[in-house]
Design a protein around this ligand. Structure first.
Ligand code: FES
Length: 222
């Protein structure tokens, strides 16, 4: 009899989560019975999805977009990771004028009442403004304006610490044109994490990579 396949811890956890109470030894879920990859449930089960969010997408580096999609100062690009809304922001200010302004990632959530700040990719000409009560944030995430927060025509109140109410930053690094974020903040440096890929592609001149749009139509169920 062949021994069970060795699988990663997250996948083991995901299988156990598929049906509470069913272990890896169950005839339904034992990976020893899967010869062609993950079971179909891994692709459609909400249990798997939640487990993957918790054990993979919220723990490690996740590629969320292309830096060239946020190339210009003020460009913002909303997306989500592990079900959490985030936004990439290209700052307008930078210290080294030979380099592009910094690209940052934040939780796409207003610090007042939690409204999502950015709905669509766009260019912000001034501040990021919340559509609910008009709090504004600079492109580096710091809180700028809180109109009438302390009462009519009073933007603050005693004890309100606006320095602690900026957008919550997310660790964000870039490799080639690919932008990665790490929600857990404790993943290894991106280049270390990607080392197997970097080593595998070491013989290619990746500086020659160019972005190209291509549309492919497929007749299939959707
Ligand atoms: S929720 Fe954003 S300003 Fe109130």
């Amino acid at each position: 009899m062949n021994p069970p396949r060795v699988v990663s811890k997250p996948v083991c956890d995901a299988v156990e989560l598929q049906e509470p109470g069913i272990s890896l030894d169950s005839p339904m879920t034992s990976l020893g019975t899967y010869r062609g990859g993950l079971p179909a449930d891994a692709y459609i089960s909400s249990h798997y999805l939640e487990q993957e969010r918790q054990t993979v997408f919220s723990q490690y580096w996740v590629c969320v977009g292309l830096a060239s999609d946020v190339a210009n100062p003020g460009d913002v690009y909303p997306t989500d990771v592990a079900g959490i809304p985030i936004v990439l922001v290209r700052d307008r200010n930078h210290s080294h004028h030979t380099e592009p302004p910094p690209l940052r990632a934040f939780h796409n959530i207003c610090r007042h009442r939690g409204l999502q700040l950015i709905e669509q990719p766009c260019n912000v000409t001034g501040r990021i403004q919340c559509p609910y009560h008009s709090w504004t944030y600079r492109l580096d995430g710091t809180l700028n304006g809180t109109p009438h927060f302390g009462g009519y025509h009073q933007d603050s109140y005693r004890g309100f610490d606006r320095d602690r109410k900026g957008l919550i930053p997310i660790r964000c690094e870039q490799w080639l044109d690919l932008v990665f974020v790490n929600l857990s903040e404790d993943a290894p440096p991106l280049t270390e994490y990607l080392q197997p890929v970097i080593a595998r592609w070491a013989d290619y001149d990746l500086s020659l990579l160019r972005r190209e749009s291509r549309e492919i139509g497929l007749e299939c169920n959707a």
